[in-house]
Design a binder for this molecule. Structure first.
Ligand code: B16
Ligand code: MG
Length: 215
């Protein structure tokens, strides 16, 4: 029985996935890296900032020290923060708010489980911070998805057992994290058709019936 839904943020509730792509593309351009594509970007979904940088650096033979890598990640983040500071409610994905309100009306708890260290800013800009009973993000964890930590911390903050939590995710790393945390995994968007997911849909709009059956 599902007592809580843990939402991933980028790509599930907000369109920030496109802004990540733009910021990584700008960094690629600065570094003279060619051929960074949407399919490379798809592998960056859900994984940490430093793991995302490594995916970009696969495209070059240049070697960087750990310190230089930290600086590159920081540079990308500055560009990304400039674009997320312009976010508003209109950047929420269709039915995001309606679906959260719907599950709350059924007595199901809600949480965020995002790899992003920019989670507080994104929630503030899109005006949904007060919709969640708990927030767990990249600021709370050492090990990123596909490790289950971010979701287990969300469950702990909610006071609900992992097996009573459903995770909604758009990344393969996130689906793996949910399953290894012993949670129910719902794949949406880019993760649709992930074979590890318990339920797989194109978007949140298709989830009303499924969530009612699980609760
Ligand atoms: P930041 P999610 C993830 O958010 C993104 O999908 C991923 O592309 C990004 O690298 C990661 O957050 C870290 O983000 O650089 O803002 O800390 O999908 O887990 O909500
Ligand atoms: Mg995501």
């Amino acid at each position: 029985m599902i007592k809580a839904v843990i939402f991933d943020l980028d790509g599930v509730l907000v369109t920030t996935d496109e802004l990540h792509f733009k910021a990584w593309s700008s960094l690629a351009e600065e570094l003279g890296i060619k051929g960074f594509t949407k399919s490379d970007n798809a592998r960056q979904r859900g994984v940490s900032r430093m793991a995302s940088l490594e995916i970009l650096l696969e495209k070059t033979d240049r070697q960087f020290t750990d310190e230089e890598k930290e600086e590159l990640a920081e540079r990308k983040n500055e560009m990304y923060i400039r674009s997320i500071s312009k976010l508003s409610k209109s950047d929420l994905l269709p039915e995001a708010v309606e679906f959260i309100d719907y599950i709350k009306s059924k007595g199901i708890k809600t949480a965020i489980g995002s790899a992003s260290k920019n989670t507080p800013l994104i929630l503030k800009k899109t005006e949904i911070s007060d919709k969640f009973d708990a927030i767990s993000c990249g600021l709370d964890t050492v090990r990123a998805k596909p490790e289950p930590d971010v979701f287990l911390i969300a469950a702990k903050k909610l006071g609900i057992a992992p097996e009573c939590c459903a995770v909604i995710e758009d990344s393969d790393a996130g689906i793996r994290a949910a399953k290894s945390g012993g949670m129910y995994a719902i794949a949406v968007g880019a993760a649709e058709h992930n074979p590890e997911a318990d339920v797989s849909v194109a978007s949140i709009e298709s989830l009303y019936k499924a969530i009612t059956l699980l609760a």
